[in-house]
Write a protein that binds this ligand. Sequence first.
Ligand code: NOJ
Ligand code: CA
Length: 543
Amino acid sequence: MSEWWKEEVVYQIYPRSFCDSNGDGIGDLPGIISKLDELKALGVGILWLSPVYASPNEDNGYDISDYRAVNPEYGTMDDMDRLIAEAKERGIRVIMDLVINHTSTAHPWFQASRDPASPYRNYYYWREGTNGKLPNNWTGFFGGSCWAYDDRSRAYYLHLFAPHQADLNYHEPKVLEEVKEILRFWLDRGIAGFRCDVINILWKDSLQSSPKKAVLTGSDHYLSLEGTHRILREIRNILDEYDAFTVGETVFVDTKQACDLSAPERRELNMVFGFEHMECDQRIVKWFKTDFHPARLAKALSRWQQQVPWNTLYLENHDQPRSVSRFGSARYPIHSAKLLATMLFTLKGTPFIYQGQEIGMTNFDFTSMAQVQDVESRNIDALLRSWHVPARQRWRMIAPTSRDNARTPMQWTVEPQAGFTTGTPWLGVNGNYRFVNYASQKENPDSLLNYYKQLIPLRRGSETLLFGSFEPLRISDEVFAYRRVGTGEAYTVVLNFSDKPQRVPYVGELVLSNYGYNRYDGLLQPCESVILRERMDDHVKTK
Ligand code: NOJ
Ligand code: CA
């Protein structure tokens, strides 16, 4: 099997918020097609679409009601075929989100399963409570219990996410057979692979209560179990027939589990999204934010670089706050965003850009819960309210962490609604679009967007940046430095996360500074990043 996905850069689109072509305030497939030239110019090789399937949108498409249909809000199957074809003409492959841990409760399988006599009954986990109690003590990812009662069924069903997302039961073999057909349906249409939603929790070994109360009570019954590995191998058999690839969203994995899920010889996933580096500014759960400590980020990244042979590189997605708001300096936002980009494209792995990251979009400017739509934020808010947490404190916890921070409409131009729509956008546009927008950055040679356009070909054109080994050089409170060592040459990357100049005298010819400098004298400016290149004989001379 070729490993074509190692050399590409992936661009994630959250379709609802990317580009609206018909003025209904909702991004759509024709809107995406209209921007393909921009993506090509950026240097993107793979486009990952967050779900575009039919869905009641309780969780914006992560609650699917028909795996073989396009949500009419986004367009038609013809639009989808056109997107795949037009992307291909530009050398871009399209991957889709595969959400198979759960379906929407509006899915016909679930509706049928509400009848205890239905052949679909066993597609889900239906259980009666005992003595008026819930079937077990598990808690869900969005807070609270993960059992919902259905009057018609006179039983509870399991939902590890929102109540409208019912977990599929892989103990019923027909479920996996259905999934395989869905895979073929899309692969036959020209899809190049899948991002697999919460894929390491598919298999539940039993539904017993957990003795351990934890952040996610019950997770010992479903995190990365052998049953999941077995399912992944079956999925992989199909993917290999099409030379397609998978990236798994894998929750609560350490580097060992990440390797078990993605090592080439195990033939499961091709790579995973780990979360450790995204937890460097929180305590226990994301709602308890701490200050950002660059050394925590660097340590986590460095460990994953050394222990997982090939993996994803990402700093943002539709579930995470914006990276520049989280990890950047308020005094040097543009330099920080460029520094983060330097890191993203010079570590080892496949880089993922989330829409808007390339122009430095920031967290939302909302001032109250009334502006938030994210089902997770709303559930957590309700839970905190039930614990009598005052509104002000609830907002302080939710505002910096809400997933809507990443979901505000893409900022294309200085026109009203940032050029995203001619109508009323489904979610508020960030008022900073007048300064942070695609069109102005395209014209400005010093912009973040144009810095991305320098970094992507640099990575693509260098065997060492693509495949060289990773060696950490320095992880201090403020500076993260590492080398990528290839044949006959090495790159040294130095990232000054601090607002102060730092003396860091590494050697090599300066390839790129985020200040636009063309010489490096060992003194880094605030939030400066540099990429230096040494030929090995230079290195010997300096010793
Ligand atoms: C992870 C997805 O990224 C997130 O957006 C979604 O809410 C959950 N999985 C449930 O599907
Ligand atoms: Ca639309």
